[in-house]
Ligand binder design. Structure first.
Ligand code: IVH
Length: 673
């Protein structure tokens, strides 16, 4: 047992260590300990604070997550307003800025601190005696919103400053941003779900910061770079911008590593060009660079015009997003049959490149954005990524508005029906065996080792067979002659003969392999096996409706929709017919498959069986129609307990679930054999 005094002392040590490791990780990018060790220290501190709630301090690293949601944000007034920057859009305007500064200072050449212009959200952070007290958005400059709880979740923000010599009252300003990787991940997830996209990292950062529930902010992986100070009391800072930033960094504030001192207009122009060239390779988004007269005394002499300082300028880069007219929506069919909607656009320059097409990701996104030809859309081009349509400008909709856009009912490549089971984000062409867009992939999949296992039929050969028009569907493989094979590039007589024999040999297969080889979306090996077990023969699978298909274990509505859609397609039925005519066959089922006495029952296997492995037991149960689950619940119908059964057996007894020992389990299997 520890005394409260010992606990308090330990908590103080932990807080200090955690703050230090946080700084190493987030500010210096040079962690000293593994993440797991950090988590261990954090958990220890959490434990102590739970035991003694009076130990919870505002600078405790435990306070970064979990604050309760707010009803609304409070207001924060600043003595020194947060201003904006005058813009320059090219080197000429940059030279004009430098000229004005030189004239104002009556200097021949001026030294500037050059900094990336972060594309994020401006915030101010207030520290009292080195402890983070309050953080706010810029708002109208003078009055911002109190987002302290959300800012605490940003691990890069120091909760207590390092070293010493800081002013007792210190307001630091900076830009909260979302790293590109986190932004892409956030949007990729939204695309997968067919949800609304964030148009750019800045919107995503702003949206994440202005969450009334800090737990949402905490999940978003925001970061910050600090670029200046506001009100300073009870202490002084260096008189050069560059040294101010160095000082801030030494106290634990993250400062952009790209900031540097440059001399005169030429130095500015070189930095501007250099950063523009490196822009796409940076892990965060920047929309320009900022030049600030380096001397603080000189800054004071120059003063302000309107709401911007005379001593600083933002030199902007070409934007990464633009708006343009959506002329049409067309569809591309991928190798897997997925239909990707593509926007045909009025050509527009984005980030220095002309964009005429952009991806719309999937049909769910088109519906979600309610896009219709004639709409004005926001197009974004990030680095080498394919341009994307991020959203639609509601206030610029065409009048009259065309009917809502619908996915085509037929594949634009092969004319087969398009299927999109309820709840699916992506629409698929159902002509898997027949569609030219899917041809190479379909044949490759058909011939794979776990499918029809045609030894020696690799990707390069498939490419040649398709490109020479010898093979359009898997059924054509069985009509190939030795001579045709020998005429392919890099094929000798002997290898042609081997391949021919391998094709012949593959005719003898199993129903499960055959079903798998068809390449039906969402039907992997396990599902193919379950279908084979459930139905016993191909005609029965082909005739089953979606409801019947769902009686197979693990086949839900989406998978059933794909299977039914595939077999409804006359093109596929024709290919399957030809495959059977060419001699593809499999053994007839051993037993009438319709006897499935355990349908609707869930079994759990535990302990060791002597007469069979657990996998075998599982398979035997599934053949009889049972589901086999991994854990016992009130819904479990029966637990089969072998030797040394443990907690699952205890749970079954607690819940009153029937238990079979091995002998009674074997009796059950024999009864239905
Ligand atoms: S200095 C008086 N430095 O750009 C000086 N601002 O229009 C005011 N920004 O919302 C700002 N990176 O949040 C400065 N390195 C940087 C910056 C930067 C991004 C943002 C800032 C403000 C806007 C200025």
């Amino acid at each position: 047992m520890t005394t409260p005094k010992q606990d308090a002392a330990r908590a103080a040590v932990l807080r200090e260590q955690l703050n230090y490791h946080n700084y190493r990780y987030y500010v210096l990018d040079d962690p000293e300990i593994p993440d797991a060790e950090y988590d261990r220290l954090l958990r220890e501190l959490q434990g102590l604070e739970e035991k003694h709630p009076e130990l919870v301090a505002p600078d405790s690293p435990t306070q970064r997550v979990g604050a309760a949601p707010l009803a609304e944000f409070g207001k924060v007034r600043r003595e020194i307003p947060m201003l904006s920057l005058a813009n320059a859009y090219n080197e000429e305007e940059l030279a004009d800025f430098d000229r004005r500064v030189r004239e104002g200072l009556e200097a021949e050449s001026v030294e500037y601190n050059a900094e990336p212009k972060m594309d994020g959200v401006a915030v101010s952070l207030i520290y009292r005696d080195g402890v983070f007290m309050q953080g706010a958005t810029r708002g109208d400059g003078t009055t911002g919103e109190d987002i302290t709880s959300n800012l605490r979740t940003i691990r890069a923000i120091p909760l207590r400053l390092f070293g010493g010599g800081w002013p007792s009252g210190l307001e630091v300003r900076g830009e909260v941003y979302l790293p590109k990787e986190s932004f892409e991940a956030l949007n990729a997830e939204a695309i997968r779900r067919g949800e609304k996209l964030f148009a750019n990292p800045r919107n995503a950062a702003a949206g994440s910061l202005r969450q009334l529930d800090p737990r949402i902010t905490a999940a978003r992986r925001l970061d910050i770079f600090c670029y200046g100070v506001g009100k300073v009391a009870g202490g002084a800072l260096p008189d050069r911008q560059h040294q101010v930033l160095e000082r801030l960094q030494s106290w634990g504030f993250p400062v952009c590593p790209e900031q540097t001192v440059v001399q005169g207009a030429d130095g500015c122009a070189a930095y501007y060009r250099g950063m523009q060239a490196r822009r796409d390779g940076l892990p965060y988004e920047i929309d320009g660079v900022v030049f600030k007269g380096n001397g603080v005394r000189e800054q004071e002499r120059l003063g302000f015009v309107a709401r911007a300082p005379r001593w600083a300028v933002a030199c902007k880069f070409p934007p990464k997003e633009e708006t343009t007219l959506l002329k049409a929506i067309e569809f591309q069919v991928g190798r897997t049959g997925a239909l990707t909607p593509v926007a045909r656009l009025e050509p527009v320059r984005v980030g220095g490149v002309t964009v005429t097409n952009a991806t719309l990701h999937n049909m769910a996104m088109v519906e979600r954005m309610d896009l219709r030809p004639g709409d004005t859309v926001i197009v974004r081009r990030a680095g080498d990524v394919i341009p994307q349509v991020m959203g639609m400008v509601e206030s610029r909709r065409p009048d009259p508005l065309p009917e809502p856009f619908r996915a085509p009912e037929q594949c634009p490549v092969c004319g087969s029906a398009v299927v999109r089971p309820e709840g699916e984000v992506v629409a698929h062409c159902s002509g898997g065996l027949y569609c030219p867009a899917q041809r190479k992939q379909a044949i490759h999949h058909f011939a794979a080792r776990r499918a029809m296992d045609i030894d020696g039929l690799g990707e390069k050969l498939i490419d040649q067979l398709v490109e020479r028009g010898l093979v359009e569907s898997p059924a054509d493989l069985y009509g190939l002659t030795r001579e045709q094979l020998a005429a392919l590039d890099r094929m000798a007589e002997k290898s042609a003969a081997n391949l021919h024999a391998a094709i012949e040999k593959s005719k003898q297969t199993t129903l499960a392999r055959f079903l798998y080889s068809l390449g039906i979306p969402e039907v992997g090996e396990a599902t193919a096996q379950q279908l084979a077990d459930e139905f016993g023969d191909l005609d029965a699978v082909m005739a089953a409706n979606e409801e019947r298909l769902q009686q197979a274990p693990d086949v839900g509505p989406v998978v059933a929709g794909h299977i039914a859609g595939f077999f409804r397609e006359p093109h596929n039925r024709a290919v399957i017919e030809r495959l059977r005519e060419s001699g593809v066959h499999w053994p007839a089922p051993e037993r009438a498959p319709a006897v499935r006495p355990l349908v609707g029952q869930t079994f759990v296997l535990t302990g060791t069986l002597e007469s069979m492995t657990r996998d075998e037991a599982k398979e035997r149960l599934q053949r009889l129609g049972a589901k086999v689950a991994g854990s016992v619940s009130a819904k479990t119908s029966c637990v089969v307990a072998g030797a040394e059964a443990g907690s699952k057996l205890v749970k079954a007894q607690e819940l009153g679930v029937p238990v079979l020992d091995e002998a009674r389990f074997l009796d059950l299997l024999h009864e239905y054999a």
